[in-house]
Ligand binder design. Sequence first.
Ligand code: PSU
Ligand code: MN
Length: 306
Amino acid sequence: MHLPLSLSSDVHRAQNSAAPIVALESTIITHGMPYPQNLQVARQVEADVRAAGATPATIAVMDGTLHVGLEDAQLQTLAKAQNVAKLSRADMAACIATGGTGATTVAATMIAARLAGIHVFATGGIGGVHRGAENTFDISADLQELAQTPVTVVGAGAKAILDLPKTFEVLETLGVPVIAYGQDTLPAFWSATSDMAAPLRMDDPARIAKAHLMRAAMGLDGGQLVANPIPAQDQIPSDVLAPIIQTALDEAAAQGITAKAVTPFLLSRIFELTKGASLTANIALVRNNARLASAIACEISTLSTH
Ligand code: PSU
Ligand code: MN
């Protein structure tokens, strides 16, 4: 079976010259942020990657084709679209096979990045173990993907709507390296720090690049999670957010929100309850992650060609 995979002209050019490429996801555009900020952020993050010396490859399925690198018109279509599918490992192939359109989550973006030979991917924060997972069993497929697909994912840790200690326990069980960038504690998405000690710490993109390549040299499956703290001036302290997250969680439970709808519901309620402050912080952290991912991608391409 032939896979309809389309590279943008920029990504194609970068691939041919072994230049650094950074994968970007599209669920954050369709399900993570409201229009029109989602479109502005998608364009801004691509510009941040270029300014840092790498080529951006935003990934999505459109009309049955897996796109690695989107043209601006395609970004606009996605940003404005209603009811776009949110694709993960389970439903990505079915969407492509049936000619559908869908945005890629962290898991699906990692799969596409691997197919296109891209080593590094920037997002906001990965999915993980939801609070109350002992009853709902709601654990993001992002975690299993990190255990099996060799892509280094740069995020501000996992989203703080989750049960963060359980999320990091599962990553440890799955053998996923979690590397805090520049600090000893794990970041907590909208907040730069937490009381959780980081399993690994690195202060330099070149080291992260070497660790990525060493895993490949050892034949280890799976990727790395780089937990990059939001810049201190952009963060929202966790004690300010805690009651707001709790309100959003209570509303989700009362309204019977389940499965894929949980994360988008919580993010949009927290946006409303913080009067937009959560979105401002989310934008700052995504841009920060795109810059670090670009630096890592540049180091990987230097190390690979010498
Ligand atoms: N980072 C953000 N906002 C988002 C996401 C990441 O700043 O909306 C998305 C990613 O696509 C991630 C998904 O894979 O949230 C997690 O969804 P779930 O909890 O349903 O697995
Ligand atoms: Mn889920």
